[in-house]
Design a protein around this ligand. Structure first.
Ligand code: PEP
Length: 252
């Protein structure tokens, strides 16, 4: 069965001490997190090892926000999937729209990263989503389908079974302009149908598809209520411990 997941993407926020403090605050509230909800925190690379030590023996899991498209070697400034795994992290976000837009990460590059993440025993949280212009021009289904066909639909079924998807309409990220529950559900249902066509009904049924884009406690309940929305990839609201934990309680 697919999991309910709330994953917090801290982006480039919080120095080491601030990150440890935020994790402490979230840990203090963890008894409030429903048992059937998995909670993942994705801090910057510098926090990974310390945060993994901190959350040992708790239900909280740690993700990186990115990994390199190469295995190892002369790639100054890069952090490989195996390095991420060596910190104890179990997840890695791949293909966030900010990586696609600012660092020119193409689908080909993302597929290399996904394969390296899988090879190193990480669960990739793979992001997809259209830009505002593409939504306004009614190209959103086509754009998302292409992103998926160029990346995760090239995996074997076995490899795909470790993938978590995140639909993040770019126009909703950090804008306070959330997709409506109907818009979210429409796209998630479409993605699940594509998974079924490319792999199997079972694969579609078992894949967690998260919504991301200005999701917060005041709007998450309606979104998480949708049959094909299995949780959220959360940016801004993941930086406030109370809001982040509150989000986990808004599944019906
Ligand atoms: C994100 O960056 O993945 C995100 C969803 O950000 P926000 O919640 O701030 O829109």
């Amino acid at each position: 069965m697919r999991q309910k997941i709330v994953a917090g993407n801290w982006k480039m926020n919080n120095d080491l001490n601030q990150g440890l403090e935020l994790a402490d605050e979230i840990m203090k509230l963890q008894s409030e997190i429903p048992e059937d909800v998995s909670v993942i925190m994705a801090p910057p690379f510098i926090h990974l090892a310390d945060l993994n030590r901190k959350v040992q023996n708790t239900r909280l899991k740690i993700s990186a926000q990115n990994c390199a498209a190469e295995e190892k070697g002369a790639f100054t400034g890069e952090v490989s999937a195996s390095m991420v795994r060596s910190t104890g992290s179990e997840y890695v976000i791949i293909g966030h729209s900010e990586r696609r837009a600012y660092y020119h990460e193409t689908d080909d590059i993302l597929l290399k990263k996904i394969n390296l993440a899988l090879k190193n025993d990480l669960y990739p949280i793979v992001c997809c989503g259209e830009q505002l212009e593409q939504r306004e021009n009614n190209q959103y289904f086509k754009v998302v389908q292409e992103q998926l066909e160029n990346t995760i639909f090239k995996l074997s079924s076995e490899a795909f079974s470790r993938v978590i998807l995140a639909y993040e309409p770019v126009w909703a990220i950090g804008t306070s302009k959330t997709a409506t529950p109907d818009e979210g559900q429409e796209m998630h249902k479409f993605i699940r149908k594509l998974i079924s066509d490319n792999f199997s009904d079972d694969a579609a049924e078992n894949t967690s598809i998260l919504y991301g884009g200005s999701c917060k406690p005041s709007n998450s309940e309606e979104l998480f209520k949708q049959p094909d929305i299995d949780g959220g990839l959360i940016g801004g609201a993941s930086l406030k411990s109370k809001d982040f934990v509150e989000l986990t309680k808004t599944f019906s």
